[in-house]
Write a protein that binds this ligand. Sequence first.
Ligand code: UD1
Ligand code: CA
Length: 451
Amino acid sequence: MILAAGRGTRMRSRTPKVLHELCGIPMVLWPVRAALAAGAGQVVVVDSPERALQSVLPEGVRLAVQPRSNGTGGAVVAAVAQLDSTGADGSAPVVVLSGDVPLVSAETIAELVHAHEANGAGATMASTVLDDPSGYGRVVRDEHGAVECVVETKAAGDATPAQLRIREVNTGIYVFAGDALREVLPRLSADNAQGELYLPQALDLIRADGGTVAAHEVSDQRLVLGVNDRAALAQVRGLAQEAIHARHMAAGVSIVDPCATVIDVEVEIGQDTTIEPFTTIRGNTRIGEGCVVRHSYLIDCVLQDGVTVGPFAYLRPGSVLRDGAKAGTFVEIKNSDIGAGAKIPHLSYIGDADVGAHTNLGASTITANYDGRNKHRTTIGKHVRSSVHVSFVAPVTVGDDAYTGAGSVIHEDVPPGALGIARARQTNKEGYAARRDAPSPEPGSSGAQSS
Ligand code: UD1
Ligand code: CA
């Protein structure tokens, strides 16, 4: 179960905390995916009554509603009720994750479950040791090192000054024996500094019933950092980004300067592609092999193999650049299919267009795709040469092998192989400069004329 119904007040946001984006997907999806990857039989996410999370959850993941925000214990009560309503096996171990501890890995979960099975405890909590434990619940151990309890520190009054010096923290990740958990949940009380049902109290109650509580220390603390405010979100994002970069580099992608490159978690990149600094690759972008992307912003687009992009390109959703295509400097492309080997080298906006293979759109080619009410498509054939400073007023079609003249505003179709030219004819005024520079006549003299 993934606890995600909290208010997230420390984020100071109108958006629920766990819907804040982490590398292109809502934060809550990170632990959901880890749980699925770890082989959870059933995944339940606890939401508030607004059900803000419903629309982002993958198929098969259930939503439990916690009627009011009365603490992490209340969230688990709601999740257990949801599980039991579906006839889940009450003795199966229950793994509890937090929607705001996003970097937990499937391996960490599997390790924790393994430790829990090996130690036969009623509950096993994942703990870690932090240099700066502020904001976390602290793990209190007795003189034999056995876990005694967790004390909360978010509000003053729960922990003693001595307990505040403990650096071993509760990560908010646990495995419970299913029956022990169900046994103690009804006895959680809100008699504490925040007046909430604290899930860690379940550990005390299990011990009071004669069960054992174990703590399994996670050595890589980066995996269990909690996000309570925006500073922590930025820190966790940095760690997630490092892992994403490492995965691509291991798969044969050159990221010239990882510190100056943003790549969302769902992005796919082929071998021998080079990503130069100051590039952002977002959403579901897929990039093939042997591409070069320089100093550009890409979102939800597809680059096949051998494509070159930038510097300073903006590739927007629905753009497909086929094998060997090029989008150069100050080029924006949206919802367009750019054919194999086609080139758009400079200063262009191509929106809602189909551009055929090996076509060259010269500097400052612009599609006028929007008439103020509707978007229209521009269809440009293969091997077309647009020359420079050409506007295509959609809907319009240019046939294969056609040309358009520099400076044209093309609003009628151009047949295959033709030259479409649509601009005013030039006239030259001979002697203009000399006339302009001639001294102006004395005031009052007659015969002066301007031309
Ligand atoms: C919690 C733990 C603390 C631990 C820390 C680790 C409690 C009381 N404290 O503290 O020991 O060190 O996590 O990150 O459990 N939630 C609900 N419903 C609620 C309240 C919270 O679903 O009524 C969810 C939140 O959305 C969040 C998670 O539970 O995803 C943790 O809640 P939060 O308020 O952030 O707890 P912490 O103070 O961080
Ligand atoms: Ca938290």
